[in-house]
Design a protein around this ligand. Structure first.
Ligand code: AMP
Length: 307
């Protein structure tokens, strides 16, 4: 049976509070839709942790800059419902709001950008002006080339937390920096919500699942396999005792460039602080962002070592 769809925030909050009054615990899986096995694995995991699960499907304009792919972001709402209907093991509802930045006022820009980088929300003149920033963690990795991205993510997740009021919220480690930022935000702002990070779901050939993969041509998709392949090679190198990050990064960059990828970044960072390291001595994560054609892909691999 297809899940119930809740379209506005007041009904969503009412539903959650009704569940809570029945003693039920609530899981939240925030998504932007076009669901794949990575999203579905989060939903299944949520159902094992809580009594009911809310899957939000909302493409958040607050995390896209006007030059990014908001308007071409893939969507298939009825397909998403069919996929969720096939999940057994507990109750799932879908929260699919139309616009979480529309407060019913006049549409007018509250500033002209003034040379600042703005999101699609400000560009659209919706009047929203409150943002959450996780100041240090948001700066590196994806934050360098996407300056409004994590501000938008932290803000929409806060809004979803306030609307859905979940006990547990699940995030994929595919978006490693995002997961760490949300964890930090929840700690720093005393949200009473448990944050769970879930392993990356991959296609059989190793490509990390992503809604954006559909925009790769067959040939680009083949070339994009260099991402997961080079990350796996790096892990094997570390197991053999090669711990120089400069050498590991060099190897990965060569593989990506050799497959005609345009590298945004290759970084080896501490798992908690996301600060770059030179020599692998403790747990790190190797993070990659690269363009294949017009599609920017990210992936990473955690390396736990006790050398
Ligand atoms: P998105 O719809 O891309 O915003 O993703 C929604 C949630 O699904 C985020 O927590 C992502 O990290 C997670 N997710 C996306 N792709 C994967 C994947 N391949 N494996 C695990 N989680 C994922």
């Amino acid at each position: 049976m297809e899940p119930e769809v809740i379209r506005d925030k007041d009904s969503m909050r009412k539903w959650s509070r009704a569940m809570r009054s029945q003693g039920k615990t609530i899981g939240l899986v925030p998504t932007m839709g076009y669901l794949h096995e990575g999203h579905l694995s989060l939903v299944r995991q949520s159902l094992t942790l809580t009594d009911v699960t809310v899957v939000s499907i909302y493409v958040n304009p607050g995390q896209f800059s006007p030059t990014e792919d908001l308007s071409t972001y893939p969507s298939d709402f009825s397909g998403d419902l069919t996929k969720l209907a096939a999940i057994s093991g507990g109750k799932v509802v879908v929260f699919n709001p139309k616009n979480l930045y529309d407060y019913g006022g006049e549409t007018k820009k509250i500033n002209d950008g003034g040379g600042r980088v703005v999101s699609c929300v400000e560009e659209g003149g919706l009047g929203h002006e409150t943002w959450i920033r996780v100041e240090r963690l948001e700066k590196g990795l994806c934050g360098k080339s996407r300056p409004v991205f994590f501000r938008g993510v932290a803000t929409i997740v806060t809004k979803l937390f306030n609307i859905v009021e979940p006990d547990v919220a699940l995030f994929g480690k595919k978006d490693y920096q995002q997961w760490r930022i949300i964890q930090r935000m929840v700690r720093d702002l005393d949200f009473g919500i448990e944050i769970v990070g879930s392993d990356i779901a991959r296609e059989k050939d190793g490509l990390a699942m992503s809604s954006r993969n559909v925009r790769l041509s067959d040939e680009e998709r083949q070339r994009a396999l260099s991402i997961s392949r080079s990350l796996a090679m790096a892990r094997a190198f570390v197991a053999e005792g090669k711990t120089s990050c400069a050498e590991l990064k060099d190897m990965i960059i060569k593989q990506l460039v050799g497959s005609a990828g345009r590298v945004d970044y290759v970084e080896i960072v501490d798992q908690e602080t996301l600060e770059g390291v030179e020599e692998i001595k403790s747990g790190v994560v190797i993070c990659v962002a690269a363009w294949f054609g017009t599609v920017r892909l990210i992936d990473n691999i955690e390396i736990d070592v006790s050398l």
